[in-house]
Design a protein around this ligand. Sequence first.
Ligand code: GTQ
Length: 348
Amino acid sequence: MTLANDQRAQLEALYQEMAPANLTPLWESLADLVRPQPQSPAKVHRWSYDEVRDHLMRAGDLISAEQAERRVLILENPGLPGQSAIVPSLYAGLQLILPGEVAPSHRHTQSALRFVMEGDGAFTAVDGEKAIMRPFDLVLTPGWQWHDHGNPSSKPMIWLDGLDIPTVRHFDASFAEHLESSEHPETVPPGDTLARYGNNMRPVRGSVADRRPAHQPLFHYPYVDWRPALDAMAASAGIDPHLGHALEFLNPANGGPVMPTIAAHVRLLPAGFETRPRRTTDGTVFVVVEGSGTAVIEGQEIALHPRDIFIVPSWHALRLQAANTLVLFGYSDKAAQEKLNLYKEQNA
Ligand code: GTQ
């Protein structure tokens, strides 16, 4: 905007006079507010699992899961300080449950996923049904479903928590409740829901077995199921030049993303494969499940090692190079963006 000197001075005087009335001029900020394309405040970043784990184990010596309610180190994006956000809409943290510990039952409007990084045999109980957790299992605790965590195994268990905390904060819609007892009474044996809803089937509607919330019945996607599915795909399908072999986790109730705000997928790149550049509006959190290679994000190179966590902000072009068979898990707010008609992608 080019303004004459006296016009600028008079406008500045006007701004000062209107400020106490909580008014500001749009024309000074319009270009920032309505951008021609996303300019994410989030930064490209990678957390080394071993480094986070060291800090988390030290926290484990100092505070119990019961005391903390949830003993979690938040992965905060360096471009979003103080916001408990890994991308503007989503949260990530690493949670530790030591042998014998319990993280008490609560429920909240925020939706959560857990992706197991280490340990075997701890559980997340959803509405009183335990999902027994193994490495690289995906477990959901959808909004307003009771959940507690416990570890009857003899080793620490660590998983990645992915929640829509910043989204719910944005909508000013956070509610939470605590159960009187720390553990929800057991409702059905482990595996009950997976058997009923995890085989492209469901109990006949209205039957006594139709127990889970209709909009969100399934909450466990075991590694032993999804990993062979990727292998089968790699053995028979042509490879997508921008994604590699990719499978999205589905909510069987509607064939859509796993939760209303969060979508999750896994992908496999064969040894030596390099993807073409692709950018999307859903800033994405990735976990390296297996293999090594490089992520090139808008020209910035990130070396990938098992269990590392890295983020690709909105509208940053991603290229992946697999040194050996590379398997990634990713989650993003694509589920919410598609509902709001905001999602865009560009494959180069
Ligand atoms: O396990 O319920 O990382 O409520 C943050 C908030 C985990 C949980 C987090 C939570 C939880």
